[in-house]
Structures are given as C-alpha cells and as structure tokens.
Design a protein around this ligand. Structure first.
Ligand code: HEC
Length: 180
C-alpha cells in the first residue's frame, strides 16, 4: 500500500473505526443485559412473588417472551413491537419503567443496550458464573498433532528410497518412543 509513512498504524486504525462502531456489536446477555434487569427490574418483575407487578417476570425467558393478549413484552428482533422498549423509553411518566417512585432509572446507554439486544434477537443466557469452565481452545493438542504428522512423514520418506536414511542405530522402537 502506498501510504505516507506518517499515516502509519493509527491512520489504518482510524480508517477501520467506522466499520466497528459499538452500535454494531451484539450485547452480551450475561455481562451487559442481565445486570441492568436485575438492578432495575427484578425488584418488581423477578422471583419474589410477593412484590411481583403486572404478572411479569423478567428473570425468566419463558415469561418475558410469552405473547400476551395482543402484544409482546419482548419480541425478539423487533424492538418497536416490544412493550419493554416502549416502557423504558416513553416520555409518559405514568408508563415509564422503572417507575418514577422506585428511585431507579436507566441511563441512555442502558436503554440503548436493551433496545439493541432485542433487535439482535434477544438471545437469553445465564449469568456467566453459571457457565461451565471451558478449556481454552485445545491449542497445545493440535500443535502436538502437527509435530507428530511431520515426524511420521519424514520417517515414511526416509524409508521409501528417497535417499534419506535413518540415523545409524535408529530403530522402530526409537520411532515409537519419540512418537508416542
Ligand atoms: C418498583 C416496581 C417496579 C420496578 C422496579 C419496575 N417495574 Fe415494570 N411495572 C411495575 C408496575 C406496578 C407495572 C404495572 C403498571 C400498570 O399496570 O399500569 C409494571 C409494568 C411493566 C410493564 C408492562 C407489562 C404489561 O403487561 O403491560 C413492563 C414491560 C415493565 N413493567 C417493564 C419493566 C422494566 C423493563 C423494568 C426495569 C427497567 C421495570 N419494569 C421495573 C412496577 C415496576
């Protein structure tokens, strides 16, 4: 690429920026969405039946996504058709969630996250602390495989009249020892 030297890596990064704006990223349920719901909504739409309002549970996917008579609380992929988004964004103080007198409120960022999450399909998860602990991608094993295949090939070549020969004294047992 024929760019002036001073353009450098920062210039390239700047060029890439518009393609990676935060608004394009799908919010992560357990790290970004669940904390907003549990801090601001579960008090009245959570597990505690004594304080549950509007028969709505936002801690249960099945309840939050269940269609109601003529509307949806959460309609995955459709924030405009989701009552939840109406209630967190409306200017009507009577309808606004969380309610005025609850002393809780959502920031614009939080409203944005919830809206984008619904538009992106409202994928549900669980809190990350319940996720099984995963081995990181198994790389050492794969590297090990490649090394074995290479050694195996070399041994095959050396035995097929290619002009390569085993080191003197290298036996099948040595081969097994280095390859097992
Ligand atoms: C302090 C209690 C309280 C908190 C906190 C609260 N709500 Fe509500 N919510 C209510 C009440 C009460 C109603 C019923 C209002 C009515 O029927 O007029 C309601 C109704 C709703 C409805 C409409 C349900 C329907 O079937 O029409 C939605 C959606 C909703 N809340 C979402 C939320 C969300 C999202 C949060 C958190 C950001 C939240 N609420 C926090 C008390 C609360």
């Amino acid at each position: 690429m024929d760019l002036p030297r001073s353009f450098g890596i920062f210039g390239l990064l700047a060029m890439g920026m518009p393609m990676m704006s935060a608004a394009d990223l799908v919010p992560d349920f357990s790290r970004e969405i669940l904390p907003i719901l549990s801090d601001n909504c579960f008090q009245c739409h959570g597990p505690d039946a004594n304080h549950r309002e509007a028969d709505l549970r936002l801690d249960l996917e099945s309840n939050a996504k269940a269609p109601r008579d003529s509307y949806n609380i959460i309609d995955p992929g459709n924030s405009a058709g989701s009552e939840l988004v109406y209630h967190i964004t409306t200017d009507d103080e009577m309808d606004r969630m969380p309610p005025l007198d609850s002393i809780k409120s959502l920031s614009d960022d939080e409203k944005n996250l919830l809206t984008r999450w619904i538009d992106s399909g409202a994928e549900w998860g669980q809190h990350w602390s319940f996720d099984p602990i995963m081995r990181p991608a198994g790389k050492p094993y794969r590297l090990d495989c490649r090394r074995r295949i290479t050694t195996r090939r070399l041994v095959a070549i050396s035995g097929s009249g290619s002009g390569f020969t085993h080191s003197p004294g290298f036996t099948r047992f040595d081969w097994l020892a280095t390859n097992s």
